[in-house]
Every structure is written in C-alpha cells, then in structure tokens.
Design a protein around this ligand. Structure first.
Ligand SMILES: [Zn+2]
Length: 81
C-alpha cells in the first residue's frame, strides 16, 4: 500500500511511540526513506516527544499539533517552490 504525507502525519506520534501495526509501520518506513518533509516532521516530533517524556508528561502541549501543521504547510510551500 502506498501512503501519502498526510497519512504519515496522522500516525506520526503513534509511530514514534511504537503503537502502529507492523504493516503500517513498514509503509511509513518506506515513505520516510523517500520523503524529506516527513523525515523533518518525524525529527521535530520526536524531539518534542522526548522532551515531554523527560518531564514525565506524555501528552503533547495544547497547540502543538497546530504549530506542527503550520510548519508542515511551510515545508510544503518551500518544497513546491
Ligand atoms: Zn511525506
């Protein structure tokens, strides 16, 4: 199955936390190998998750996903010229 960027973003926090099914994980892995945008999103999301874990707070802060999506829009605009 071929998945698109939005599909990856929907599952990115579950992916980081190891909560996605093996087939979906494989699809995301394959997508990440070829998609710089999603790799960047994964890196920044992972950093936030690690920060949160350090503080023993496992919920993303309010507004985080809004900021993430704003960043994604910026990346998409940059990459589409
Ligand atoms: Zn992508």
């Amino acid at each position: 199955m071929r998945i698109d960027c939005k599909h990856v973003w929907e599952h990115i926090s579950a992916y980081i936390e190891g909560e996605v099914d093996a087939p979906l994980r494989a699809d995301i892995d394959r997508h990440l190998e070829t998609c710089e945008i999603c790799s960047a999103v994964l890196d920044s999301t992972r950093n936030v998750v690690i920060l949160m874990a350090d503080d023993r707070v496992f919920e993303l802060p309010a507004g985080f996903s809004k900021r993430l999506h704003a960043r994604i829009d910026t990346e998409l605009e940059a990459s589409s010229g």
